[in-house]
Design a protein around this ligand. Structure first.
Ligand code: HEM
Ligand SMILES: [Cu+2]
Length: 613
């Protein structure tokens, strides 16, 4: 068992004796116990998986743009992907239907479990929690290290799914049985097993992280860092960690049961009377429930979407307040709405199952509880607008991404209300309308906030500044192409174009949608280009960016009080917190500045000697 390490002890262990045992390269950068290094490890691994997920998305878009497999652009890109994926997945220049299924399944899987989640609850949670609450490290540094390595291992296992016979999982990121439970139905054998094993491990990694974050925030806040003085990213990550703790075990149970159905002949999710190519399925007793999977999956799945948005909301709140030079409008309402969203997030999962034949009365309760989530979501959105109102803006790249987050999230939230209404959802369920919604909240929302967060905290992570000109090019290219790809999805959806479909032009009523799809696909490739520009900026700035001052954005929170490189243990002296994090442009700010750092004592405050307290 690890013991809780207090900042002081870390200081003794690593600060004062640092001269005696310099850490080896392995302990310092690879198997590091330092939360900052682990955060940066998560940053690199998430960027890698973002690229993998992005590449697969482009395969999907290529197929949807030109389902006839003709045209110079299609042929050029198909050859490029053929070089990466090989003949088994792309025969000559034909994207095979099985590979199309694997591509959209693995795209979503990589993006959700190996990019967005680890960016937010790996990179930012690790880097920010101890620094923003004034702690020396996480409560359990070894558990923290284990969390990273288990998560990397699970990512590697997921990648292996592409090279096993039968190919990668193709049943969608939601893996509904019976398709996912009976290999004979899909032809996918080990690909789906590896998917289940990998996600189980990734869940273990998430749980290790969550336990650490909760323990750290509850026990290790610096003196004066009361709950209502915590920066909003920390609040959001605290609540998110609780969501992880409650939701992930349910997914884990479901994954194990499905793995048993596939490998041990159990029938948790396999009903009576399944036919495979016309003859009865052998080797299973049947009598299971396909809907059991949907309940278990979405009991995890809906909180999961909040796991991917709450931390993003926290990062955005911080950035908006700093660059509007204004206090967060309604700090307490922000905290309460984080908690409200988290609570409601657990009682709405049935809105994914309106079409499963549930009792209409039950559907109605899920409809009402889902709509209730719009209230705390709207409170947050109006508070962001209130924060911006009358602000003294500094249009940095980070700020642009934060504004992008608010506007795109609003569109995603509004389309959510359409689907929450069960009669409307009958029409748009399982169409591209849903895919549009998902991407407005997850890409326009979470990913934009992640980019904003990277531009904002980069100076503290690497001691240098990112290039603002390239950053703005990144933002505008991404913002415009993003809307070009995803807005038309709503139009496709109401026209009846179903999601997860290889060739919609086989349907007479959908064939006319090809030109619009081709336009969206071109935008998708531009979107991909913008991400490459970002990665270039990131790596170029790590080595060549101008050196960053200690507090480049004139921000109040504790991470900006320590100079790069921050030693393991973070604070030479235990910081003392005197006020909330968002005192910008306040009348009592110290002479000549419009910010009031959390650790600066008010005038006339007694001796600064910490023994006095
Ligand atoms: C006001 C807030 C929101 C409402 C009312 C809402 C409502 C809904 C509803 C009713 C569905 C199911 C539609 C269907 O399958 O027919 C859905 C799907 C989905 N939502 Fe939301 N949502 C909201 C916010 C979010 C957020 C913040 C995220 C993620 C960050 C998100 C991610 C998703 C995803 C990934 C799906 C699709 C799941 C799938 O079938 O693959 N939603 N949403
Ligand atoms: Cu949901």
């Amino acid at each position: 068992m690890s013991t809780i390490v207090l900042p002081k002890e870390i200081k003794t262990a690593h600060g004062e004796h640092a001269h005696h045992h310099e850490l080896s390269f392995w302990r310092k950068y690879i198997f590091s116990l330092d939360h900052k290094v682990i955060g940066i490890q998560f940053l690199f691994s998430s960027c890698f998986f973002l690229l993998v997920g992005g590449l697969l998305a482009l395969v999907v878009r290529l197929q949807l743009g030109w389902p006839d497999h003709q045209g110079w652009f299609y042929l050029m890109m198909a050859k490029f992907f053929h070089a990466i994926f090989g003949d088994k997945m792309i025969a000559g220049t034909i994207i095979l239907p099985e590979f199309y299924n694997a591509a959209f399944t693995m795209h979503a899987t990589f993006m959700i479990f190996f990019a967005v989640m680890p960016f937010l609850m790996g990179t930012f949670a690790n880097f920010l929690i101890p620094l923003q609450i004034g702690a020396g490290d996480m409560a359990f540094p070894k558990l923290n290290m284990a969390s990273f390595w288990v998560s990397l291992l699970s990512g590697a296992i997921m990648l292996c799914a592409f090279i096993v016979p039968g190919g990668a999982a193709g049943g969608g990121w939601t893996s509904y049985p019976t398709l996912s439970a009976i290999p004979e139905l899909s032809g996918v054998t080990w690909g789906q097993n590896l998917w289940l094993i990998s996600l189980l491990l990734s869940g273990v990694a998430s749980l290790m992280g969550a336990i650490n974050y909760i323990t750290t925030i509850v026990n290790m806040r610096a003196p004066g860092m009361s709950w209502l003085r915590m920066p909003l990213p920390v609040w959001a990550m605290f609540v998110t960690a609780i969501l992880l703790l409650l939701a992930v075990p349910v997914l884990a149970a479901a994954l194990v049961l499905l793995l048993f159905d596939r490998t041990l002949g159990t029938s948790f999710f396999i009903p009576h009377g399944v036919l495979v190519a016309g003859s009865p399925l052998t080797g299973h007793t049947g009598g299971g429930q396909v809907l059991l999977w949907q309940h278990l999956f979405w009991f995890f799945g809906h909180p999961e979407v909040y796991i991917m948005i709450l931390p993003a909301m926290g990062l955005t709140s911080e950035i908006l307040s700093v660059f509007a030079r204004k206090p967060i409008f309604g700090y307490k309402a922000m905290v309460l709405s984080i908690c409200g969203i988290a609570f409601l997030g657990f009682i709405v999962w049935g809105h994914h199952m309106f079409q499963s034949g549930m009792n209409p009365l039950l559907g109605t309760t899920f409809m009402i509880s889902t709509m209730a989530i719009a209230i705390p979501s709207a409170i947050k959105t109006f508070n962001w607008l209130g924060t911006l109102w009358g602000g003294n803006f500094k249009f940095t790249t980070a700020f642009l991404f934060a504004i992008g987050f608010v506007s795109m999230f609003a569109i995603g939230g509004l389309s959510g209300i359409f689907m929450a209404s069960s009669p409307v959802d009958i029409f748009i369920h399982d169409t591209y309308f849903i895919v549009g919604h998902i991407h407005y909240v997850l890409f326009g929302g979470s990913i934009m906030a992640i980019f904003g967060g990277i531009y904002y905290w980069f100076p503290k992570m690497f001691g240098r500044m990112m290039n603002e000109k390239i950053g703005k090019l990144h933002f505008w290219l991404l913002f415009l192409s993003f809307n070009g790809v995803f807005f038309p999805m709503h139009i496709l959806g109401v026209n009846g174009m179903m999601r997860r479909i290889y060739d919609y032009t086989q349907y007479e009523h959908l064939a006319h949608l090809q030109p619009l799809n081709a336009f969206m696909s071109v935008c998708a490739f531009i979107l991909g280009l913008s991400v490459l520009i970002f990665l270039f900026n990131l790596f170029y700035s790590i080595f060549r960016g101008p050196k960053a001052p200690v507090n480049p954005w004139n921000a109040n929170t504790l991470e900006w009080t320590v100079a790069y490189p921050i030693p393991h243990g973070n604070f030479a002296e235990m910081p003392h917190v005197f006020r909330g994090p968002y005192e910008y442009s306040a009348p009592d700010c110290p002479e000549g500045q419009d910010f009031y750092p959390q650790n600066v004592p008010p005038p006339g405050w007694g001796p600064t000697d910490s023994k006095a307290h």
